[in-house]
Design a protein around this ligand. Structure first.
Ligand code: HEC
Length: 137
């Protein structure tokens, strides 16, 4: 091989390697997969006195870092997550039952923490569900 051909081959290989590595590093954030909830949990009703104002305070402490203050999925930690935390103001999110939101908050999945033990009072987790309802557009 002539020297110029060799240099050209090395350069092309380097460019391909850089594109490959960089492409993987900036891989797009995945959209959350459907999250089915068992029927018995889906139909669980929120207590009448679930307090959205108390939920707002808990949200600021535990949830805002990923989900953002308005639940748009734009908290400071959101960009570093593999899965997009979603838009809680959307009709698709708000179509979930209270029982489904409560269940997902309790058990978590992958990067979404489980709060059943971290927030031990069920009433506090119901307050969070009430707060998430206020995020509707
Ligand atoms: C470390 C980041 C992080 C924190 C903190 C966090 N979440 Fe999440 N949350 C996620 C991610 C990521 C998803 C999407 C997970 C999936 O679908 O696999 C999610 C999903 C959810 C869902 C399900 C969304 C849907 O479409 O039904 C609910 C409900 C939820 N979070 C509530 C909360 C609440 C309430 C808190 C605070 C008590 C909280 N999250 C804190 C990252 C976080």
């Amino acid at each position: 091989m002539k020297t110029t051909t060799k240099i050209a081959t090395i350069m092309v290989t380097a460019v391909i390697a850089v594109v490959f590595l960089f492409g993987n590093a900036v891989q797009a954030q995945a959209k959350a997969k459907p999250w089915p909830v068992p029927d018995k949990d889906k139909s669980v009703k929120a207590p009448a006195k679930a307090d959205a104002a108390a939920g707002k305070e808990l949200w600021a402490k535990h949830c805002k870092s990923c989900h953002g203050s308005k639940g748009l999925g734009d908290g400071p930690k959101a960009a570093s997550l593999k899965t997009n935390p979603g838009d809680f103001s959307s009709a698709a999110f708000q179509a979930s039952t209270d029982g489904e939101l409560f269940f997902r908050t309790n058990v978590g999945r992958d990067e979404m923490p489980a709060y059943e033990k971290k927030i031990p009072e069920a009433n506090d987790r119901w307050a969070l569900v009430a707060f998430m309802r206020t995020l509707k557009k």
